[in-house]
Every structure is written in structure tokens, then in C-alpha cells.
Design a protein around this ligand. Sequence first.
Ligand code: 6GU
Length: 256
Amino acid sequence: MKFDIVTIFPRMIEASLEDGVVARARASGRLDVRAWDLREFTTDRHKVVDDSPFGGGPGMVLKPEPLVRAVEHIGEARGRPGAVILPTPQGRRFCHDEAVRLSRLSHVVVLCGRYEGIDDRVRAHVATDEISIGDYVLSGGELAALVILDAVARFVPGVVGDDASVEGDSFVRGLLDHPHYTRPAEFRGWCVPEVLLSGHHGAVETWRRREALRVTFERRPDLIDRAVLDAEQRRWLEELIAEREKAGKGVEHDRD
Ligand code: 6GU
């Protein structure tokens, strides 16, 4: 999969590509990530990428020409991308399903904004997707581009060593992950749940499924509303609700 990130801070992208899962995927050729310096697509002597906003107001706006030239150049050099993503707080919220969808494309371009924003003609005529990674403002799109790259790369076949590891991850089945433990079985008097030491594979699987449901129920009840549960999980959910009512907590409010 090709991932082209256009930015005025290419070193910020390159530094984060040196370690971890994405670095390994690049080394193995499964991911082809490139950071492009927006200033290389200017035509003036001072390599100006921004200008003051029409209508006045504070801050600077990224000019459309260098961004559009960058996308055109990448299209010629690397082929036509399946998506041109604009990371902005105004975008659709990034999530698991979106990461899976993007991972099925063979080529994605991300245009990082800085300053107060990007000339809106880039969004209207060049970008295919506007994506936000959460309800807060970042000073630029670079960290968001890296978040998107990491989350998407995990679904590219072979990037995460063990496919079973991705399948067990949070959100794959619409629920959060169950807790994990390793040796020692007892540490400072804190014990690992007995069942995990039992060697009884079926019992371990049942415990994990139930714990995933419990953790999600307690911390992200909004996810429970959307998760597809089987008969056993629906029974456990009834039990969790009954336990909560016995504890006198009543109905909790969703987080968002
Ligand atoms: Cl994608 N970009 C910026 N600049 N700020 C954000 C964001 C993206 N998502 C949340 N805040």
C-alpha cells in the first residue's frame, strides 16, 4: 500500500517512521510511505505556502496552488490515489471501520494543514475525504496523518505479524479488548485471575469474551448499543445490568 503525506514538516513524519510496526512494514515492502515537502511545490523564490485570509482575521491560510501541484505530481509519479484525505477537526470522525475501508485502497494521499486552515477549494475540488481524529484541535494535520497511517497499516495483510492479534483487538467485534496478564502469577500480592492459569482453553475463552463485554459495559456503554451480541453475550449483559441495579447505580449515561 502506498501512503503519501504532504506537509511543511516532512521530518516530523520521517522521524516517526523509524521505529515500530510501520517501520517494519516499510522494510518488508508491504507499506510504501513517503513524506513530501509542500515547499517543493511552490514556484516563487521564497517558497511561500501561506497567505492572509480573504475577508481579514487572524492567522494564515495554506494557499491552494502548492497543495494541488503536489497532488498532481504524486498522481503522475506514483499513480492515481484511491483517496485524498484532508485531516481537519471539521471532518468525519475517524474510527475502526474507516481504518478498515482505507486499508483496502492501494494508494492514499494525506494533505496536512497548518496555520488557521487550508484554502477551502482544496477540500471542495481535490480532497475525497475530510477526517477528524477527535474533538480537539491540533496545530497541524501531521499527528492526525500519523494516527491514520498507523491504524490503517494494521489492517494491511502481513503488517501485524499475527493476524489473530488484529482480530482480538478492540473494536473488531464492536467491543473493547479483555484484560491481559503475564508472569508472575502473583506480584506484590496482586493475583492474575485463576482461570487463566487453569490450562482450560474453553474456560479461558469464555472468561475473555465475558470480560470484553464487562469492560465495554462499564466504560463505553455507547458501544454496547451498537455491538452485535450472540445469545450468550445477551445473557451476560442481562446479568451485568441486574448486578448494577442491585448495586443501586441505575442507568448510566452515555459518554457522548
Ligand atoms: Cl485531523 N487535524 C487537526 N489539525 N486537528 C484535529 C484533527 C485533525 N482531528 C482533531 N483535531
